[in-house]
Structures are given as structure tokens and as C-alpha cells.
Design a protein. Structure first.
Length: 269
């Protein structure tokens, strides 16, 4: 097995111009597979509420639910870093609430670092977590939690039109520097776009990672594991390219299982 990934190792990759890569996962089996493939980090996202549980928004995912997912991923990961999202609520309640929640995710969940959404609006929380010895993955840009203010539904946030434009680059660079100064270890720049994204990457020394709305202009990429493998009913009819269409393979497998069982044949597996 390769050596365990560390935050200094990811920061060194940026200095050397090497791209880091992670996946968002919520369960033991996907975490094991991703870790075996060699991802650098696994992010336990509150996006589980929408993508796995069928909710309309990730904002009602609770701390107890995040702990269940974080523990499962931690059991599956041996090499990669494990980041866990702070759900909506603790940060908004202030530094004490955020510290209590972060300690639970680290001590009970087994996370290596904590993702803080809308981090540029809560630099005091980032500083307090870092002072307490907790590594912070600071998310900024158009994030699930900041989008509330603009009335943008979660489902629309991965639209190309939501990428940051050149007019926003200066403000976003300021936010990135603020988070770096606050002690963040990594930045998650959501909906970066090529202009603002490249400007932020050049302005800070810590790695800038991006999911939807990102691109090769960033230091690294993160993708929902379920998106990468086309896992989900929506992929049955989607024209979007994925690395494999697990949904179609599952539909074919279930169809064959039904046919075998109804024909009186022995089923497989």
C-alpha cells in the first residue's frame, strides 16, 4: 500500500504542479473502492441528503446523519484523507457550536479534516478550528449554503451559467486570501470558472480544489463518486458522459434476475 496521504503532501503537490483528486462518498463500499483506486481524499458530503436519500436540499442533513456516513467512510479508507462536511447549523450558531460539532466529527466520525461551507462568511470559525488543531477544508464561491441568499435551488448550482465571472474574480481572490490567512489547509472553490479560478490558484499557496463549475485551471478536482460511475436512476436516460454507467448495468442485471426467477432458473450470485 502507498503511504497515507497527508495535508502537507497535498500542499507539496500544488508546489510541484501536480493535480490532486478526490471523490465525494457516503458509504463503506464506495470508500474502499475509491481508496484502492488511489484517490487523494474522500469527502463525506452533506450532499448525501439529495443524492442518496432523495431530499430536495442538503441543508436538513443532521450531525447524527453526517456521523453515520463519516464512520462508514472512515472504515473503508486506509490511505486517503477523509474530509467530513459540517452540516448546516453548528457554524451558524457560532464558534462554540462549530467547535463542538467539529470535535464530534473528528473524535467519533474519524475525519481527518472538516469542510466548512460558506467559510468566507465565518473566518472566526475557521481560525477557532485551526487553533484547536482541526484541519479545515474551506468552501467558498457559490456554495449550497450561500445559494440560499440568492434564491438559487440546489439543482441549478451545477449549471455552467453559475460559474464565477471575471467581474467577481477580485472579490473571490480576497476571500481566498482571507481563508488562507485564517489557517485553512485546502480551499474548495465551488463554481469557480476559468478566470476567477485561475486567479485564486495563483493568489494563494494552499491547494484550490473544485467540484462542479471547476476545471483543469484548479489545483485539483473532486467529483461525486455516484456521478463518476453513473450510479442513480437519472443516468438511465441521461446523455451526460460518465466514466461508466452503473445505472444501466444495474437495470440490465435486475431485468436478468427477474427473468431467471420467473422462468424457474437458478439465480446468480
Amino acid at each position: 500500500m502507498d503511504a497515507k496521504v497527508t495535508i502537507p503532501a497535498l500542499q507539496q503537490m500544488k508546489r510541484e504542479g501536480k493535480k490532486s483528486v478526490g471523490v465525494v462518498a457516503w458509504d463503506y463500499q464506495i470508500a474502499r473502492i475509491a481508496d484502492r483506486a488511489g484517490v487523494d481524499f474522500v469527502s463525506v458530503g452533506d450532499s448525501v441528503g439529495v443524492n442518496l436519500w432523495g431530499r430536495d436540499t442538503p441543508l436538513d442533513v443532521t450531525m447524527d446523519e453526517m456521523l453515520i456516513c463519516c464512520k462508514a467512510v472512515r472504515r473503508g479508507v486506509a490511505r486517503a484523507l477523509v474530509s467530513c462536511d459540517m452540516p448546516f447549523g453548528p457554524v451558524q450558531h457560532g464558534v462554540d457550536g462549530a467547535l463542538t460539532a467539529a470535535h464530534r466529527l473528528i473524535e467519533q466520525g474519524g475525519a481527518d479534516m472538516i469542510k466548512v461551507d460558506a467559510a468566507a462568511e465565518f473566518p472566526d470559525v475557521v481560525r477557532a478550528l485551526v487553533k484547536a488543531g482541526i484541519a479545515v477544508f474551506a468552501q467558498f464561491g457559490l456554495t449550497p449554503q450561500t445559494a440560499i441568499k440568492y434564491g438559487i435551488p440546489y439543482s441549478a448550482q451545477n449549471s455552467p451559467s453559475m460559474q464565477a465571472g471575471a467581474d467577481a474574480a477580485e472579490k473571490l481572490v480576497e476571500e481566498a486570501k482571507l481563508l488562507e490567512d485564517a489557517g485553512a489547509s485546502l480551499l474548495d472553490f465551488t463554481n469557480s470558472g476559468p478566470i476567477a479560478g485561475a486567479a485564486v490558484v495563483a493568489a494563494v499557496k494552499i491547494p484550490v480544489i473544485g467540484g462542479f463549475g471547476g476545471g483543469p485551471w484548479l489545483d485539483g478536482r473532486v467529483r461525486l463518486a455516484h456521478t463518476a460511475i453513473g450510479y442513480g436512476e437519472k443516468w438511465l436516460d441521461s446523455k451526460t458522459e460518465t466514466y461508466v454507467n452503473t445505472a444501466k448495468a444495474a437495470l440490465d442485471a435486475f431485468t436478468a434476475l427477474i427473468a431467471d426467477a420467473r422462468a424457474g432458473r437458478q439465480i446468480k450470485g
